[in-house]
Unconditional design. Structure first.
Length: 253
């Protein structure tokens, strides 16, 4: 690291668990953030400010006026712009030393496999089960840790799915892909703005810990947030040995 980087990241370097070695791991890392909206905004902002050397943002949507109540990577002047590009501009303003790639596309299964293969950690900041399952399958296939978050109304949840740990479940273990779950969208159900910041920031914290290999991740635990009572609840979640997504991977590993 040069002198400017030592100064920029000094508050991290002061932490015994991080130090120069941990910060250098961040600078050498690649994080893939899928979704540049309510969750992706705070998650990507913290990844950038913390010094993750390469960040890839994937989102095929454009900035809408209704997004600005909670999607803090965007501004009024950018309404109509692709969200991925708008977020890229914000991240580059925060930290011009990092590499930020903006992909204004909806990644299909094959594309996700390609993108995940080049990442050290993936943050799922999307808002529908189909995409979440597709991202999970790509992460399991590539053995890349996945940090997943969700928020609706006053409720949030976040977890880590890391198949490198033989005891840890994948997303499909917790939410089977053949089971019907009711899709709830912010556009119809509403969402309390600060909660996406809290969950998105937690996703960033988990991703940074994974990249630096410090602390204990949320693998095997689902963290639930009740925003009205402002209470966090941690629930243990087990791996499904018969899971159609990760079962074979664990058996082979």
């Amino acid at each position: 690291m040069n002198d400017a980087q030592l100064l920029r990241y000094s508050r991290h370097i002061l932490l015994d668990q991080i130090g120069i070695e941990g910060q250098e791991k961040l600078l050498a890392a690649h994080a893939l953030v899928i979704g540049a909206g309510g969750l992706g905004s705070p998650a990507a902002l913290y990844l950038a400010s913390a010094g993750v050397g390469r960040i890839t943002l994937v989102d095929n949507d454009t900035v809408d006026l209704t997004n600005l109540q909670r999607q803090i990577a965007h501004t009024t002047a950018r309404v109509g712009q692709p969200k991925a590009e708008s977020a890229r501009q914000t991240l580059r303003e925060i930290n011009p030393e990092i590499v930020v790639q903006a992909l204004a596309e909806r990644a299909d299964e094959a594309r996700l496999l390609e993108l995940v293969a080049g990442a050290d950690v993936v943050l799922d900041c999307t808002d529908n089960f189909a995409t979440r399952h597709a991202v999970n399958r790509a992460c399991v296939a590539n053995r890349v840790p996945l940090v997943s978050g969700a928020v609706i109304r006053f409720d949030g949840q976040v977890s880590v799915f890391d198949v490198r740990d033989a005891a840890a479940p994948c997303y499909c273990c917790l939410f089977p892909q053949d089971r019907q779950f009711e899709e709830e969208a912010c556009a119809t159900m509403g969402v309390f703005a600060p909660l996406v910041g809290m969950v998105g920031a937690t996703q960033a914290a988990e991703a940074l810990k994974l990249l630096m290999r410090v602390g204990r991740s949320l693998a095997g635990r689902l963290l639930l947030l009740d925003g009205l009572a402002m209470e966090w609840t941690s629930i243990r979640v087990a791996r499904d040995p018969a899971c159609p997504v990760c079962g074979g991977v664990h058996a082979a590993g």
